[in-house]
Design a protein around this ligand. Sequence first.
Ligand code: SF4
Length: 162
Amino acid sequence: MLQFASYSIVFQEVPGEVTLAINLSGCPNRCKGCHSPHLQENTGRLLDSSALAELLEKYGSAITCVCFMGGDAAPDEVEQLAKFLRQKTGGRIKAAWYSGKPELPAGCSAESFSYIKLGSYIERLGGLDSAATNQRFYRIDNRQMADITKCFHKKCLPTNAT
Ligand code: SF4
């Protein structure tokens, strides 16, 4: 079961997209120095297709992407919601996923998403905006995962640069 603690419209989490970021609670990862410890609790509202449809009704015309922030306790449900989003919007609104796992879980297909962030949070290495980060951010095109992590760094190239 997925629950969300909060959501907001953001501009930096997914390069080039206006994103509804949904902060999922119940995180199982327990990273040392966790930047959002409240997301380790099982709190908030149920996130299922009905709740997502409700958010799309409110914000769908203002966004180009929905990003599931977390959800590592139920990756199959995150993938199902990504598929629901694609079907419900005809692909107009892209699906992104910020996972704290180093790899996609077995049985999960990258093709269900347009963007995926992988990698645990390691305090001394920092998040995606740190040049030293262990985390990777991918854009999925034609079944290929392109690493575009550099787009989070200050001297980055444009998203579509090679
Ligand atoms: S994945 Fe994020 S929310 Fe979960 S423990 Fe690590 S830093 Fe905290």
